[in-house]
Design a protein around this ligand. Structure first.
Ligand code: COA
Length: 280
């Protein structure tokens, strides 16, 4: 199945290894830079289609989500700022009632991305606000340039976050910081995001692409089966208490001993070779 095409979502693929055929990284760029990549209905349905494609395409090992860079401005016009995503498209809120919003915000593309069983990285260069912060929080790892800014400004629209920040942000940065971010609506810079654990890494805009690609390649070179089990097991920490969570881990760990990749990994370590995973 080829990658779904859309004007508002570019999908490129990069090989994980130059030497070995071990699948690809799907590099997904939200492409509405003139609107700071705001999430309109078309972007959301394109993200859903991308997730369905990534889930069902074996060669896709890792997904990187990012935002398109602004084009140079026309003569005499102000340049648009860099953005990952500046939130849900506010123009689509006008005149909506609760019924329409309920439909739009239930089973949405951010939940689909969160549910993808494969590793996901958000590469952030610029504003990650509202739904943008939430797309980032629905990825497994967030890597940001030092000019990025994060925030949940919905309070300024008389709203609260609707794509998961009241829940997932709490898990990532804790209750107090989430309360502060949502109640003040103020932005934090990349270094503060790093300090509170919202950004896993911060680097210069020039280094951002290669840093992210390297991490995606490192992750993509592991057994896809082990990664899938690992992601699901870590996620269990969010929905279960410690005792039940440890039981989930014990079961996942034991089940991996039925997989060939465990044998291959241990054997490669003992023989000082590189593992050639069955589930590449
Ligand atoms: N929805 C729809 N359009 C948006 C948008 C959003 N969330 N965020 C930015 N845009 C549009 C602007 O309307 C503007 O469009 P225009 O050039 O056709 O008028 C364009 O993107 C550039 O944004 P602009 O506001 O001119 O840039 P700025 O540098 O002055 O300010 C921000 C940047 C991010 C501070 C500002 O755009 C902003 O506050 N955006 C909304 C953030 C938000 O509240 N997100 C949560 C939504 S629930």
């Amino acid at each position: 199945m080829s990658a779904p095409q859309s004007d508002v979502l570019n999908i490129e693929t990069y090989p994980i290894s130059e030497e070995k055929d071990i699948g690809v990284i799907a590099w997904v760029t939200i492409n509405r830079p003139e609107k700071l990549n705001a999430l309109n209905s078309e972007v959301m349905s394109s993200i859903k289609a991308m997730v369905a494609w990534a889930e069902s395409t074996d060669s896709v090992r890792v997904v990187v989500v990012t935002g398109a860079q602004p084009s140079p401005p026309p003569e005499g016009k102000r340049a648009k700022p860099n953005a990952f995503v500046a939130g849900a498209d506010i123009t689509e809120f006008v005149g909506k009632n609760s019924e329409e919003i309920r439909e739009k915000f239930t089973d949405n593309a951010v939940e689909a991305l969160w549910s993808l069983s494969k590793p996901t990285l958000a590469m952030i260069d610029g504003f990650a606000l509202g739904g943008g912060c939430e797309v980032a929080c629905s990825c497994d790892v967030r890597i940001a340039s030092d000019r990025s800014r994060f925030g949940t400004p919905e309070i300024n629209l008389g709203l609260i976050p609707g794509y998961g920040a009241t829940q997932r942000l709490v898990e990532i940065v804790g209750l107090g910081k989430t309360m502060e971010m949502i109640m003040t609506g103020e932005m934090i810079d990349a270094n503060e995001a790093h300090r509170i654990g919202l950004a896993n890494h911060v680097c210069s805009p020039e280094e951002l692409h290669s840093f992210t690609l390297n991490m995606a390649r490192t992750i993509g070179g592991k057994s896809s089966h082990t990664l899938r089990v690992g992601k699901a097991t870590i996620r269990a920490a969010l929905d279960t208490g410690l005792t039940d969570g440890i039981a989930v881990e014990a079961e996942s760990f034991a089940e991996l001993f039925d997989s060939k990749d465990q044998e291959i990994g241990v054997d490669a370590f003992l023989n000082r070779t590189s593992p050639e995973w069955e589930h590449k």
